[in-house]
Design a protein around this ligand. Structure first.
Ligand code: PLP
Length: 385
């Protein structure tokens, strides 16, 4: 059975070129890059190349990139580090639609005595800048606003949020795990101080990511140990992973323009045909210009998303429900809730996320099957009027 993978916001397939670049570092080049001997230390060159590749994707300097184990760690370091810089600034401000890697970290820090402000989003899922303004003050250490939402694909007004943050003298962090590699992002023009990214969302390996820290910011480390990464991130270098991330970043940059255009075209055709073929369905945050090119959440009124997912899965089509990003979570999505979507509708939400490998044939097959599945479930749904 040919499968169709439309869950690229959860994770992506590894690009063949990335795998090729990594293999030597599993096989023969296994030395520790921090070793004195050349067998290990020669790998430092590959790590530095990867640092440059990641920096280019963000418009950053290589020395501003530090390798981590992924988005969750980078988010933790940003928040936990920022509140340690100045004892007079222990406030965190974030938004209601952040990934748990940010929200749960912020809540844990609140329990440790930090203050926490959660800015609202509007019905389109965009950050409410007025709400943000009321929360940021002279006690704020860090404002953390995601670049694009993992459930809806909605892109946040980062430049404006950074401006509000800087007026109060606080640091601006963005969790750009969903954005990097899928849509252009430039740390300088957006005035981002700290940024988190993760390799497995851009056709790189799992368990590796990076944190961008603008030069001049003295962000305390999360981990103490062997002083790798100038002491910012201790731990033996994950050389294969870092090389893979570098290659994935390089490929993303090469493909970015084309990917944005083709993903968007495919996604728009997908949305249009679903809305026509499945009456009673609607797109969450419908404005196509304000979303990532390849992510869409659709609500199929009157149907439980898990039933649709199961029937799609049986035919080899993989998507996810709104709340799928947290393991085993059965709660309706906090993102949709924050946008004012009611509980029943949130339980009818499905996310489809494309990648540069998604084909027109895959979209055709999904559209056809979805129409049949939705129609079948509607006939037996107890909720439909
Ligand atoms: N932030 C966002 C917006 C995400 O979508 C994810 C992963 O789903 C993460 C953070 C966590 O990244 P990682 O899986 O690399 O820890």
């Amino acid at each position: 059975m040919n499968t169709v993978y439309l869950d690229n916001a959860a994770t992506t397939r590894i690009a063949p070129e990335v795998l090729e670049a990594m293999l030597p570092f599993f096989r023969d080049q296994f030395g520790n890059p921090s070793s004195f001997h050349s067998f290990g230390s020669s790998h430092m060159k590959a790590i530095e190349r990867a640092r440059g590749q990641v920096a280019r994707l963000l418009g950053a300097k290589a020395e501003e990139i530090y390798f981590t184990s992924g988005g969750t760690e980078s988010d933790n370091q940003a928040l936990r580090g920022a509140v340690k810089i100045n004892s007079a600034r222990r406030g965190i401000v974030t938004s209601a639609v952040e990934h748990p890697a940010v929200i749960e970290t912020a809540k844990a820090l609140e329990e440790d005595g930090c203050t926490l402000g959660i800015a609202e989003v509007n019905r389109n899922g965009e950050l409410d800048l007025e709400s943000l303004k009321t929360l940021v003050n002279q006690q704020t250490a860090i404002v953390s606003i995601m670049a694009a939402n993992n459930e809806t694909g909605v892109i946040m007004p980062l430049a404006k949020a950074a401006e509000i943050t800087h007026e109060a003298g606080a640091l601006f962090h963005t969790d750009a795990v969903q954005m990097v590699g899928k849509s252009p992002i430039d740390v300088h023009s957006l005035k981002i101080d700290i940024l988190s990214l993760s390799a497995h969302k851009l056709h790189g390996p799992k368990g590796v990511g990076a944190i961008y820290i603008r030069k001049g910011i003295d962000l305390p480390p999360l981990l103490t140990g062997g002083h790798q990464e100038k002491g910012i991130r201790s731990g033996t270098y994950n050389a294969p992973g870092i090389v893979g991330l570098g290659k994935a970043a390089e490929l993303s940059l090469t493909h970015l323009k084309g990917t944005v255009a083709t993903e968007r075209k495919l996604r728009e055709s997908f949305e249009k045909r679903i809305l026509e073929g499945c009456p009673g369905s609607f797109v969450v945050a419908a404005d196509a210009d304000r979303r990532l090119p390849g992510t869409v959440t659709i609500i199929f009124k009157g149907i439980e998303s898990e039933a649709v997912l199961t029937l799609l899965d049986m035919q080899g089509i993989y998507a996810s429900s709104g709340s799928a990003c947290s393991t085993g979570s059965k709660n309706p999505s906090h993102v949709l809730y924050a946008m004012g979507v009611d509980y029943t509708q949130a339980n009818s939400a499905l996310r489809f996320s494309l990648s540069r490998y998604t084909t027109e044939e895959e979209i055709d097959r999904t559209v056809e099957l979805l129409a049949t599945v939705v129609e079948r479930l509607r006939r037996i749904s107890p909720y439909i009027e």
